[in-house]
Design a protein around this ligand. Structure first.
Ligand SMILES: [Zn+2]
Length: 183
């Protein structure tokens, strides 16, 4: 009894014995083995607050793992979206932008066509190119070309022509600029 009185109240907790269900005094400290003063069964203390904290900690770790997994998936998801958008962007622009290799190929094909079909191929002089288009529906290319050449009367002539090429870069149609003006 003397000892009990000297104990600080902070070190004692009122608990219910799980065996006899009587309220008993227990050391207010986790993992202390003691005996129930009532039924004399061996008991062990545990820290309710600490256990709760541990449960919360475990739950938080689990949530973080889920979040990390989600974040990883999201990261890969956004990288894939970025690649697809870049692909679509370059695909779209390559059909219409001025400086792209396909336009150069088409210009070369038109030049070759002219060198084979002009009266005086050596007189050919490129002036300008514009309106390069890839027509997705029928897979043809078209481009406007202005050039000078010496005609059959030996006169220098400026031509403005609209060339259409198939997917194999063969010129399939040539129309003069005037055809469009008066049509
Ligand atoms: Zn008991």
């Amino acid at each position: 009894m003397e000892e009990k009185k000297n104990q600080n109240s902070n070190n004692i907790a009122m608990v219910e014995c799980p065996f006899c269900n009587k309220p008993i005094e227990a050391p207010d400290k986790a993992d202390v083995i003691f005996t129930c003063p009532n039924c004399h069964k061996e008991l062990i203390t545990y820290d309710k607050v600490e256990r709760k904290k541990e449960t919360l900690r475990n739950e938080r770790i689990k949530q973080e793992q889920i979040y990390k997994r989600y974040k990883k998936k999201f990261k890969w998801g956004s990288i894939i979206v970025l690649i697809i958008s870049l692909y679509l962007y370059t695909k779209n622009t390559s059909d219409y932008t001025y400086n792209n290799p396909r336009q150069q190929d088409i210009q070369m094909a038109v030049k070759n066509y002219l060198k084979q079909n002009l009266d005086d191929p050596d007189s050919y002089k490129s002036a300008s190119w514009y309106g390069f288009t890839y027509n997705k529906a029928d897979k043809t290319y078209s481009i406007w070309h202005q050039y000078r050449h010496r005609n059959e009367y030996n006169a220098v002539q400026l031509e403005t022509q609209f060339f259409t090429l198939d997917s194999q870069k063969n010129v399939i149609q040539v129309r003069d600029g005037e055809d469009f003006v008066f049509n």
